[in-house]
Design a protein around this ligand. Sequence first.
Ligand code: PEP
Length: 249
Amino acid sequence: MIIAANWKMNPPLAEAGALAAAYAAATHDGVTRVLFPPAPYLVQMSMRLDGSGVLLGGQDCHQADSGAHTGDVAASMLAACGAGMVLLGHSERRQDHGETDALVAAKAGTALGEGLAVMICVGETLDQRAAGDAEAVVTSQLEGSIPPVVTPDRLTIAYEPVWAIGTGKVAGVDEITAMHAAIRNWLAGRGLGQVPVLYGGSVKPGNADEIFAVGDVGGALVGGASLKAEDFDAICAAGARAAAICASA
Ligand code: PEP
């Protein structure tokens, strides 16, 4: 199980150190934890998490190696600050910054070239789901956002229905099961069948066990609940329970 914390543009630096220290103090068998903090916090979080087993990632990177791109962050800079992974194609970047699948693929190609692993987000809007297009939208995002150079060991997919992110609405078990099966099927057809597929969208301590019981769910990308140490810890504990059930099956 992979449980990833997406802090987005939170919290204040004064709180981030204590939150990372709480992550570092916990252990959960069978769970790989990843923290995506704001880029300016990476070096400090890297020091806080040193030796804890919690991996560090950037929330985005530029598609170019370097150059005149004011305000952007290069993949090589993330790596130099201690990141081993980068989150790409989050729906907030697709919406707020007009990021296309082609741009996400270009960024992923650059990140892979710098030795980073990539976690690529896909997910449909409520209108797309209502129109019956959810699977077509998601498979089209996979097709366009994953660069041909990727290898299975450096790719994770996060399925995040846009309507479930930060809203408190969670996709139903049937919806998650069907979409994860479609994603798994698409990946298997490209030799990427072993790639972990996470669910994201209002994952909380109260719903994590049910979500992790879905066979093809390999963990979670967690936004809001990752900002409370006890909630993130409870979600990781649910991940450990799911990992134990899987190991004994
Ligand atoms: C996210 O930021 O990717 C996310 C899933 O957020 P939340 O858990 O708050 O819905």
